[in-house]
Ligand binder design. Structure first.
Ligand code: AMP
Length: 289
C-alpha cells in the first residue's frame, strides 16, 4: 500500500491507472477506522482492481461547536488497518493541501441538504458535497462506496453526482453493527460505560419498527412515535429527530404505500455524543435491510 499526501500526485497516479484500464474504487473516510469502514473496503475489493482509501478529517463539514478538534486521528493504526484490508493507495492530505489559499468554491446540494442532519448542522452537506467532489476529482474512481449508516449523506451525494454529471457510480453499503446492534462509529469511543449501554436503545427502536411493519402495520408516524418512546425510556437520551422518510427524497412519511421504500432515521444525543442510525423498509417486502 502506498501512502500519498499530495493531491496532484494522487491525481496523476489515478490518471495513469485509468490509462492502464484499471477499475478503480474509492472509500472515503475521516479515519479512526473501524469495522464499518473495513466492510466498505471489502465491498470495494469485490469489484475493483484498485482500491483507494481517503483519510481526511474535513474541517468544512464540522460546525463551530462540533468535535473537529477532538476527532480521533490515529493515523499509524489507520494505515495498518487499511494495509491489512487490502487498500492499494491511502490518500491522506492535510487541510492546507485540500484548501490552499484562494480556495473559494462551495457546492450547495439543494433542499435535501437542509433537512434533518442538514438543518441541525448548517453547512454540513455543503462541506460534504464539496470535499466529495474534490476527492472524486483527485482519485478519478469508477465507483465510490459510502455507508448507509449516513443514509442522508448517500442520498445527497447521489443527487450531486447525478446533477453534476460526474459519472462515478455511488454504491451504498450496509450498516456494520456491534454484537448488541449499535452501529459501529468513530464517535462510539466518546461514550461512557453507562452511555454505551443506553446506546443499545437505538437498535431496540429499530427492531420495534421492524417487528411492527413486518406484522402488517403501515402507520409509519405512529410506529416512529413508539420507537421514539423506546429511546426516551433511557433517561439520558434526547432525540434530535426520529421519523420515517421516503427513501429517495428524505421527505417525512406518515403512512406506507406498497412498493415504496422508506427509512426510519434517527439522531440521538447521549451526554455530549451524538449518534445516528437508520433502517430501510420497503413496504410489501418481507424484510428491510
Ligand atoms: P466517516 O469516517 O465517519 O466519515 O465514514 C466514512 C464512511 O464509512 C462513510 O461512507 C460512512 O457512512 C461509512 N461508515 C461509517 N460507519 C459505518 C458503519 N457502521 N457501517 C457502514 N458504513 C459506515
Amino acid at each position: 500500500m502506498r501512502i500519498i499526501t499530495e493531491p496532484t500526485e494522487m491525481q496523476s497516479i489515478a490518471e495513469s491507472l485509468r490509462l492502464q484500464h484499471q477499475f478503480i474504487g474509492v472509500v472515503m473516510t475521516m479515519g479512526a477506522l473501524h469495522e464499518g469502514h473495513l466492510s466498505l473496503v471489502r465491498l470495494a475489493k469485490k469489484k475493483a482492481g484498485i482500491v483507494i482509501m481517503t483519510v481526511f478529517v474535513n474541517p468544512t463539514q464540522f460546525g463551530p461547536d462540533e468535535d473537529f478538534e477532538r476527532y480521533p486521528r490515529p493515523f499509524e493504526q489507520d494505515s495498518a488497518l487499511a494495509r491489512s484490508a487490502g487498500v492499494d493507495y491511502l490518500f491522506a492530505p492535510s487541510a492546507e493541501q485540500m484548501y490552499p489559499e484562494g480556495f473559494s468554491t462551495s457546492i450547495d446540494p439543494g433542499p435535501m441538504a437542509g433537512s434533518f442532519e442538514g438543518r441541525l448542522r448548517p453547512g454540513h452537506f455543503n462541506g460534504v458535497a464539496t470535499v466529495v467532489v474534490k476527492l472524486l476529482g483527485i482519485t478519478r474512481p469508477h465507483f465510490a462506496v459510502f455507508g448507509e449508516k449516513d443514509a442522508q449523506q448517500v442520498a445527497v451525494i447521489r443527487r450531486v453526482v447525478a446533477d453534476l454529471n460526474i459519472g462515478t457510480v455511488i454504491e451504498g453499503a450496509p450498516i456494520a453493527r456491534e454484537g448488541d446492534g449499535l452501529a459501529t462509529s468513530s464517535r462510539n469511543i466518546y461514550l461512557s460505560f453507562e452511555e454505551r449501554q443506553q446506546a443499545t436503545a437505538l437498535f431496540r427502536a429499530i427492531r420495534h419498527a421492524q417487528q411492527e411493519t413486518e406484522s402488517g402495520r403501515n402507520d409509519l408516524a405512529a410506529i416512529a412515535k413508539e420507537a421514539e418512546s423506546i429511546v426516551h425510556a433511557e433517561s439520558a437520551a434526547r432525540t434530535d429527530y426520529l421519523c420515517f422518510v421516503e427513501e429517495d427524497t428524505f421527505e417525512p412519511a406518515a403512512d406506507a404505500i406498497p412498493g415504496k421504500a422508506y427509512r426510519l432515521i434517527m439522531a440521538v444525543r447521549l451526554g455530549s455524543t451524538r449518534l445516528i442510525d437508520n433502517w430501510k423498509y420497503v413496504c410489501g417486502e418481507d424484510r428491510g435491510s
